[in-house]
Design a protein. Structure first.
Ligand SMILES: Cc1cc2nc3c(=O)[nH]c(=O)nc-3n(C[C@H](O)[C@H](O)[C@H](O)COP(=O)(O)OP(=O)(O)OC[C@H]3O[C@@H](n4cnc5c(N)ncnc54)[C@H](O)[C@@H]3O)c2cc1C
Ligand code: FES
Ligand code: FES
Lengths: 211, 284
């Protein structure tokens, strides 16, 4: 079980409840006006929310304008507002990888990034990786290697694999295993997935042999 | 799972951020890897969020006067892959590589990890062994604490309301120093069931310096002083390493949970302390 999922299930030191502590910190105080260092009139950054705020997300090369509350995650904005349902919502807390998208060139958990915070960086989702009517090498390798069963984890794995290969073009099997350690497959298709990533690596390097 | 509503502000300078945080009612947001899941579970429900992510100049790794300074917003991935750290303070880079997974390391920051103070987090072991310092700032003031004084208890640090972690300072390793991080990762969460950071230096054929940082074992990370003392001045023979490692759990109340009983955790700590010391000595 992931740690932050249930901090209380972990060791309890005497006298201090983890949950009680976190709640105490989180709930402290009410909203107050902005404080400025004495005598300074610097324009404070705008207070956004709690209601909907206009934002722009640059998804698969196109800017999308939408209005979301600050608490809306990138994943929910993509799925519920932009109808890009490739990234899946499974654990919704950074544990399973099903929501993986590429933000500013890096694989991230879309469920754990605020949409408002994802502005200004290119966002790539599984819908945006194929070019010129051809499957991306990672996607076609998944097909070739039969690297899925129910397919629910696949978009996340494909995006994680793409980001991983962009950094490590010539990985070993062990590096693939470690590199994709953030993605879970409930159907247990890991062997096929790792083979698919090795095949895609080969394709992307122009067919050179893996050493 | 949707967090409670909050207002969001993204200051562009540290001064603005500190002013917004000054009254202690807002939570700073760094990578969000711990905070956002906690907010979804309503274990944290701040009414104001101050995003530190738009402030330039909080993300750096640079060497100055024999020390390496790391900005609070530097990500685990940046620390793991930093050529400067790999060459001059490898223990921190190696330890960062053990944190979570690719997606977490891409986004999670050293400042966020320290402030969150999970008793099973990886950095604390390394930072204790390195005798690092943390620089804390708040509106109108700053202070520097030895890392030892920073961790107070489970999820509890010395940070005062309105105060944030500004940077972490680690030494450039002296020649003859070897380090190693040994971790028993929880198979599901990836966090440390036990993590041992070992740092040893040889001088005149003896162990001149020994440092052991321990995470995961107790309610807060700690330095195993008794074990360090037992090792210093010895030849560093296998029997010396074992004798030292046996002292790692002395006087420690070990954590117990579904995965690992206190007894098992303590056993792991002793076994991994030997491994850590052995591999640090090989690197020295
Ligand atoms: C799936 C998963 C696996 C993980 N595995 C590991 C692991 O194996 N080992 C490990 O060590 N960690 C692990 N983590 C935790 C990870 O390292 C987090 O990145 C880290 O704990 C928090 O950093 P953050 O930048 O995301 O902070 P946030 O989540 O943004 O913030 C965490 C807390 O710190 C406060 N804060 C943030 N920055 C500052 C600052 N500069 N000054 C003061 N307060 C601040 C916030 O208000 C919040 O209370 C894991 C996380 C996940 C989701
Ligand atoms: S849904 Fe985001 S990691 Fe599981
Ligand atoms: S194919 Fe079913 S979860 Fe992976």
């Amino acid at each position: 079980m992931k740690r932050s999922k249930d901090p209380e299930s972990q060791a309890q030191p005497k006298g201090l409840s983890r949950r009680g502590f976190i709640r105490g910190v989180g709930l402290s105080g009410g909203a107050v006006g902005l404080l400025h260092p004495e005598g300074e009139a610097a324009p404070a950054p705008a207070v956004l929310g709690p209601g909907p705020v206009p934002i722009t997300l640059l998804v698969n090369g196109k800017p999308h304008k939408l209005e979301v509350e600050p608490r809306v995650t990138l994943l929910d904005a993509l799925r519920d507002r932009l109808d890009l349902t490739g990234a899946k919502r499974v654990c919704d807390r950074g544990t399973c990888g099903a929501c993986t998208v590429i933000l500013g060139g890096k694989a991230v958990y879309a469920c754990s990034v605020l949409a408002i915070d994802a502005q200004g960086k290119p966002i790539q989702t599984v819908e945006g990786i194929n070019a010129g009517g051809r499957l991306h090498p990672v996607a076609s390798a998944f097909v070739n290697q039969d690297a899925l069963q129910c397919g629910f984890c696949t978009p996340g794995f494909v995006m994680a694999a793409k980001a991983f290969l962009d950094r490590n073009p010539n990985p070993t099997l062990e590096q693939v295993r470690k590199g994709l350690g953030g993605n879970l497959c409930r159907c247990g298709t890991y062997v096929g997935i790792r083979q698919a990533v090795l095949e895609a690596a080969k394709q992307m390097r122009g067919g050179a042999r893996n050493v | 799972m949707i967090p409670q509503n909050f207002t969001y502000q993204a200051p562009k300078t540290l001064e603005e951020a500190l002013a917004l945080l000054a009254d202690g009612t807002a939570k700073p947001l760094a990578g969000g890897m711990s905070l956002i899941p906690l907010m979804k579970l309503r274990l944290a429900a701040p009414e104001r969020i101050v995003d530190l992510g738009r402030i330039p100049g909080l993300n750096y790794i640079r060497e100055e006067d024999g020390k390496i300074r790391i900005g609070a917003m530097t990500t685990h991935y940046e620390i793991e892959t930093s050529p400067l750290l790999r060459a001059r303070c490898p223990l921190l880079a190696t330890t960062a590589a053990h944190i979570g997974d690719m997606q977490v390391r891409n986004v999670g920051t050293i400042g966020g990890s320290l402030a969150h103070a999970d008793p099973a987090a990886d950095y604390p072991a390394a930072l204790l062994a390195l005798e690092a310092e943390v620089r804390l700032v708040r509106a109108g003031g700053e202070r520097t604490l030895p890392i030892r004084d920073f961790f107070v208890d489970v999820f509890t640090t010395a940070l005062e309301p309105g105060e944030i972690v500004r940077e972490v300072v680690v030494p450039v390793e002296a020649p003859g120093t070897g380090t190693s991080y040994q971790k028993v990762a929880h198979p599901a969460s990836g966090f440390a069931v036990v993590g041992i950071a070992a740092r040893v230096r040889r001088g005149d054929g003896k162990i001149a310096l020994a440092r052991l940082g321990v995470t995961g074992l107790a309610s807060k990370p700690f330095r195993a002083d008794a074990a360090e003392k037992r090792l210093e001045g010895t030849d560093g023979a296998e029997t010396d390493l074992r004798a030292a490692a046996a002292a790692v759990t002395e006087g420690v109340e070990a954590n117990s949970d579904l995965y690992a009983s206190a007894e098992y955790r303590a056993h792991l700590a002793r076994v991994y302390a030997v491994r850590g010391l052995r591999s640090a000595l090989q690197a020295a």
